[in-house]
Design a protein around this ligand. Structure first.
Ligand SMILES: Nc1ncnc2c1ncn2[C@@H]1O[C@H](COP(=O)(O)OP(=O)(O)OP(=O)(O)O)[C@@H](O)[C@H]1O
Ligand SMILES: [Mg+2]
Length: 353
């Protein structure tokens, strides 16, 4: 594990891709939160009135990053890894504890107008539009706030509403929209002023597959037209795979990997996934222990068994499954990137334990 983390970490620092022209530049950026802990129960509450115990959480630990024009960088990591904290610092919402960042030549947390006019932050978990207004009215307010010229505003709104297929919902109060419709309105709100740097923190969370796909296609189209630098976090690997050529893997505030997405797969694709579909009613699946002897058991149900197996054991495992189970069909596939990344995190947990 350390191999890939250490070997590629220098990539960010040397900045080989965008010498002198990164739109986002981050150096040794850190953020620690201080939280006051109390012991559980009533006594804990009373004691905490007298002596509060301070605990420092290092959410982001000295990271370096460069993102260039037209690039969508995928930021991937488990819950609590520091993704939102990093994005909030770069969008200027919170101050760092140390280090530097430049976004379009500005220090984000100084939040000067020039900076604010050129960036957008979209958070799937947090609504930014006014709930009691129809989206169309909210957009008009944003037009004034950002001083968007009439012709650009009309053209952008028409384009965004059409591509995202929400024209018929523009005059409905935001609170009455479905989650997917609202998210599309949030995207429009964030992009009306044609930002050159866009931060997307889980923009497709909770959306159905059609809406997720619409948002992905839309982001690709926006990228082609405006060539912004984007940072995208998502727990959906489909988002990352469709949108990002380069990813950063973050865990516990540190970057484990910064480089091409396909190289993560190559470096870790030591495994294959065997899927067998079973004929119904022909007995129960074999005990999980027997399957686990070959590798990770991803599924072990009455209809389907799925194993992630080291390459050299694929033949042996397939032979076992064919002999022992009522196999209707069997397929052997490369592990998908989501499974690979999950495995990286799991192995780290075990190593660290
Ligand atoms: N305002 C805060 N005060 C104290 N601790 C915080 C605060 N915000 C975040 N943290 C802590 O910092 C760490 C990183 O949180 P962050 O929200 O950046 O994670 P994340 O990678 O975005 O996770 P997720 O995938 O769940 O969204 C977590 O341990 C979290 O509990
Ligand atoms: Mg988050």
């Amino acid at each position: 594990m350390a191999k890939i983390g250490l070997a590629t970490h220098g990539l960010a620092r040397e900045n080989p891709r965008f010498p002198g022209q990164a739109m986002i530049r981050v150096r040794n950026l850190s953020k620690s939160y201080t939280v006051h802990k109390k012991a559980p129960g009533l006594w804990g509450s009373i004691r905490s009135l007298v002596a509060r115990q301070k605990v420092v959480k290092h959410a982001v630990r000295g990271v370096d990053l460069d993102v260039g024009e037209g690039e969508i960088l995928g930021l991937v990591g488990p819950n609590g890894a520091g993704k939102t904290t990093l994005v909030k610092m770069l969008a200027g919402i919170i101050h760092p504890s140390g280090g530097e960042a430049q976004v379009l030549g500005h220090t984000p947390w100084e939040r000067n107008n020039e900076f604010r006019r050129q960036i957008a932050l979209i958070m799937g978990q947090k609504a930014q539009l006014w709930w009691d207004l129809p989206a169309a009215d909210g957009f008009l307010l944003l037009k004034e706030i950002y001083r968007i010229p009439d012709d650009r505003y009309a053209a952008n709104l028409a384009y965004l509403a059409e591509v995202l297929d929400v024209e018929q919902h523009l005059n409905v109060q935001v609170r009455r929209l479905s989650l997917g419709e609202r998210m599309k309105m949030e995207l429009i709100a964030a992009l009306l002023h044609e930002p050159r740097v866009v931060f997307l923190d889980e923009p497709t969370i909770g959306l159905d597959l059609t809406a997720q796909r619409a948002i992905r296609d839309f982001l690709l189209a926006y990228r082609e037209e405006h060539r912004p630098a984007m940072i995208l976090t998502s727990h959906y690997m489909e988002d990352i795979q469709r949108l990002c050529k380069r990813i950063v893997i973050i865990d516990d505030g540190r970057f484990l990997y910064d480089g091409p997405l396909d190289q993560v797969a190559q470096a870790y694709a030591g495994q294959k996934v065997i899927t067998v579909h079973l004929r119904r009613g022909d007995g129960s699946p074999p005990p999980a222990e027997a399957l686990a002897a070959f590798g990770d058991v991803l599924t072990a149900g009455e209809d389907e068994v799925q194993l992630c197996v080291p390459r050299e054991r694929v033949a042996e495992a397939s032979a076992y499954l064919l002999a022992e189970l009522p196999v209707a069909d069997l397929s052997i596939d490369e592990e998908d990137i989501g499974t690979i990344i999950e495995r990286i995190f799991r192995e780290r947990r075990v190593e660290g334990a």
